[in-house]
Design a protein around this ligand. Structure first.
Ligand code: ATP
Ligand code: MG
Length: 331
């Protein structure tokens, strides 16, 4: 598509994402780590790309995912959820050699989290360009790139293949930086990440990711500088996530929309950004304007933090409408 224009319409083909599917198992008590037996709750379907695409499908967007799960219940619970919510699961490979990825999480008293992950040695890290994945690429209308995929070997090559196929069809590209800072220093990650920013139509950073995405390492860059730097690189739209402070959309044509967050009690912040992104991308592709799409995105993020489980709060359009109608906004 011509850069700086709106995202490709939903009718061109599904929004697709490539990356990890996991289960999350969470401690029901707050405290430090897992050094003694504690009550746990789960498994819950999880993985940033999976949460994103589930919300995208639930709100009514066409959606598909390329990922690998194990031949086990942790895989089955994820595939069943995604399928029930309307996501194309044809390109989820089932590995007979590796178990589904997992993340055990426990919140500390101060809100920070301890994790025990099994991703690198799980099925989640065994994505490959199967015929089903190639076929999904060739009918997709939009590629969403999750920065978390950079932790998976071979993911960048898959993203490149998807990007070529999608752009060749006139499709569009979005990027959620969602990248751990430590990864940026490794191998070709920084150049690869920058090359994706250069080709993204929409970027959805959270907090400091705005500056990372803009490639600014000045001591104290302003938000306006970072936004201008991204537009100079051909990005058409930026949806900046500000947690409990809501979000802002900036457009290359100068338009700006600020939206306060909804007033909810934060029960479990995991997945807010992914739900926000899934709702925003789907709504924009379905033809909603930035302000209306941002309302749904804020509602999706807020609804998700108000319930336990990383994707349990993802909402249908009707559920988000009901949430918007009954929930006050923070001032
Ligand atoms: P994640 O932790 O999933 O990576 P993120 O950092 O990418 O999230 P956030 O800014 O935390 O993204 O959340 C995305 C959106 O969800 C926010 O812009 C806001 O609309 C909503 N949201 C997040 N936290 C809260 C909260 N405590 N109260 C209300 N809304 C929230
Ligand atoms: Mg994020």
């Amino acid at each position: 598509m011509a850069r700086g224009r709106d995202l490709a319409p939903d009718a061109l083909g599904p929004t697709i994402v490539i990356g990890e599917i996991l289960v999350e198992i969470m401690a029901t008590t707050r405290g430090l780590g897992f050094l003694e037996p504690i009550p746990l709750l789960g498994p819950y379907p999880s993985g940033a790309p999976a949460i994103f695409i589930d919300q995208c499908a639930k709100v009514g967007g066409s959606a598909g995912i390329v990922a690998t799960v194990g031949d086990d219940d942790f895989g089955r619970i994820n595939v069943a959820r995604l399928q029930a919510d309307g996501c194309d699961v044809s390109a989820i490979r089932v590995s007979s050699d590796h178990p589904t990825g997992s993340a055990f999480v426990r919140y500390r008293e101060d809100g920070s989290r301890d994790f025990v992950y099994n991703i690198g040695t799980s099925a989640a890290a065994r994505i490959s360009l199967t015929p089903e994945a190639q076929s999904l690429f060739e009918r997709a209308g939009h590629l969403h790139v999750m920065g978390t995929a950079f932790a998976i070997p071979g993911a960048f090559e898959m993203i490149e293949a998807a990007l070529s196929a999608v752009v060749a069809r006139g499709g569009s590209v979005s990027l959620d930086p969602n990248l751990r800072k430590e990864l940026m220093g490794q191998g070709q990650t920084a150049e690869r990440f920058a090359s994706l920013v250069d080709r993204a139509d929409l970027v959805l950073p959270s907090g400091d990711e705005l500056f990372v995405a803009a490639g600014l390492d000045a001591e104290d860059p302003s938000e306006a500088e970072a936004v201008a730097a991204l537009f100079a690189r051909g990005v058409g739209e930026i949806a900046l996530k500000r947690g409990e402070h809501g979000s802002t959309v900036f457009r290359a044509d100068g338009a700006r929309v600020d939206a306060p967050a909804f007033a909810v009690e934060e029960v479990d912040p995991t997945g807010a950004g992914d739900c926000f992104g899934g709702a925003y991308v789907a709504c924009r592709r379905l033809g909603l304007g930035p302000a209306e799409a941002l309302d749904y995105a804020n509602a999706a993020g807020a609804r998700n933090v108000a319930v336990r489980g990383p994707m349990e709060g993802a909402g249908t359009r009707a559920e988000l409408d009901a949430f918007i109608a009954r929930t006050p906004r923070r001032s």
